[in-house]
Write a protein that binds this ligand. Structure first.
Ligand code: NAD
Length: 477
């Protein structure tokens, strides 16, 4: 019985997008993929029609109907008022896991790391990419870094399930938890908790800076790497580059109900319409899509044909193959003509097991006993710290006292150093003598500050969870 075609949503994108998408759909069809594409508009044309998200209502409907999005690169117009369509799609559709394999194809694509074959799994929805930013004073802007326990658990579990389903042996988590003890600390802690359910997978942790250096220097030492959003974004470009070419790198964005598959590179407007763009990144993303929809055999057949073309020295100019460089169309034809063949020196691909279905979290962690024990009052102030402290002392009431003032996280009162550079943004910590504080007392403190002419920008409540402080201490204490 022939399996019916899988409906997918396809966007041809901008720049080189239409030519490489056409090439990839031709190759996928020639390799026996059974796909029923619904084409939608996305990107520049849609922005020009006034849709600030870059997507029409029909586009969203198609995506939600098919649950599978094959997307060519789109241009993001520079300047305000236009959101990144990628970030919008990922967050709107709950695509929490960004999966980026980075494989070397040496000697056919030159690289110093011929045995490199790693996969980066990047958390896709949280961290600094929540996009919550504020300008708070003349001198200071801030961006909120949000990290959640369910978000960490979902991505950690996905990374382990991915490793297990693909026969990979190790997951390495990378964070900066030596500095960001609460946010990155939670990411690492949940990774280690979830890891206990996967004793068959080796697991370790690296600080992101040395981790990134090691990826650049000895990427063959890694298997699966798990990272929060921003670090994952950066290390996946490093890894793609050292594998040989960013132009070859695919990416999958996986959610519980939808998934999006695309090349890592952008719309390459400098070479659009010249028949020189490399379709490989988008093609390899298409193969991840076929595996995702259960068409692993077609994916393997096409992958092997593409590897054969590489072995024959064929490729677009950016691939620096040994043969005469081919245009997009000629390279496409060369892959199609090799369908059914297996590579000799590169490792042939066998029908991969389907990657894990997105998993839901286990039971939520037991609720901790939460008490509010103080407040950080952030003040916009252009004077010296001793005058500020004297003004703040007049706000004290009962046990609620001024405990410290920090500037950019460094303690400057009491006993600050004159060398510390200060800006007009002061965190003024009031504690309630160690015991809990009613929220109305915090509200009353802000009223007293306003009445005293102190311009507070925001407050952050200081909470303890099962008696453990849920807030950072000032550096220099
Ligand atoms: P880019 O990836 O488009 O181009 C960088 C360089 O790589 C260029 O020299 C380009 O010619 C080359 N290149 C890229 N893809 C290639 C391919 N398939 N074959 C051969 N050479 C290729 O990055 P950019 O110039 O910084 O961005 C251009 C536009 O793409 C911007 O509007 C950006 O916002 C957008 N962009 C989109 C995505 C996406 O849709 N996923 C990702 C990144 C950038």
């Amino acid at each position: 019985m022939t399996q019916s075609a899988t409906p997918i949503t396809v966007a041809r994108g901008d720049g080189v997008g239409p030519e490489i998408m056409q090439a990839c759909l031709r190759i996928l069809e020639a390799g026996g993929a059974r796909l029923a594409p619904e084409f939608i508009e996305l990107g520049e044309a849609v922005w020009r029609q006034g849709h600030s998200s870059g997507m029409t209502r029909e586009g969203w409907e198609s995506l939600r109907r098919t649950g599978v999005f094959y997307k060519a690169p789109v241009a993001t117009p520079q300047g305000g008022g236009v959101k990144s369509i990628n970030v919008t799609i990922r967050k709107s559709l709950g695509l929490f896991a960004n999966v980026r394999p980075c494989t070397a194809y040496a000697p056919f694509v030159p690289t110093r790391h011929p045995s490199m074959d790693l996969v980066i799994i990047r958390e896709n929805e949280e961290d600094l990419y929540a996009g919550i930013e504020h300008r708070q004073t003349q001198d200071v802007v801030q961006c909120l870094k949000l990290v959640t326990r369910p978000g960490c658990e979902r991505i950690a579990r996905y990374a382990f399930e991915f490793a297990r389903s693909q026969g990979r042996k190790r997951v390495t988590c990378m964070t900066k938890d030596n500095i960001m003890k609460l946010t990155d600390g939670l990411f690492r802690q949940v990774f280690e908790e979830v890891g206990q359910d996967y004793p068959d997978i080796a697991q370790d942790h690296m600080i992101i800076d040395i981790g990134a250096a090691r990826i650049a220097d000895s990427p063959e030492a890694f298997d699966v790497i798990l990272a929060p959003n921003l670090y994952g974004d950066i290390i996946s470009d490093i890894a793609a580059q050292v594998a040989g070419s960013v132009g070859l790198a695919p990416s999958a964005n996986i959610g519980a109900r939808c998934a999006m598959f695309e090349a890592v590179h952008g719309s390459a407007p400098d070479i659009a319409g010249q028949d020189v763009a490399n379709p490989s990144g988008l093609l390899l993303a298409g193969l991840m899509m076929l595996n995702h929809v259960g068409q692993g055999e077609a994916a393997a057949r096409i992958h092997n044909a593409w590897l054969c073309a590489l072995e024959d020295g064929l490729g677009t100019p950016d691939m620096k193959g040994t043969g005469e460089p081919l245009g997009t169309r000629a390279f496409t034809a060369s892959v199609i003509s090799r369908m059914g063949r297996s590579p000799h020196s590169l490792k042939p691909v066998s029908a991969r097991r389907t990657p894990p279905a997105p998993i839901s979290n286990h039971a939520p962690a037991p609720r901790a006993e939460k008490t509010t024990v103080g407040v950080d009052l952030f003040i916009d102030w252009r004077g010296d710290v001793d005058t500020l402290a004297a003004r703040l002392k007049t706000l004290e009431q009962g046990p609620l006292g001024l405990q410290m003032i920090t500037n950019r996280g460094v303690k400057v009162w009491p006993e600050g150093l004159p060398e510390t550079n200060c800006v007009d943004h002061w965190r003024c910590r009031f504690m309630n003598g160690g015991s809990s504080i009613p929220l109305k007392d915090i509200a009353a403190l802000t009223v007293r500050a306003a009445e005293a002419g102190l311009e507070f920008i925001k407050t952050e409540n200081l909470c303890a969870f099962d008696g453990q402080p849920g807030f950072s201490l000032g550096q220099g204490q």
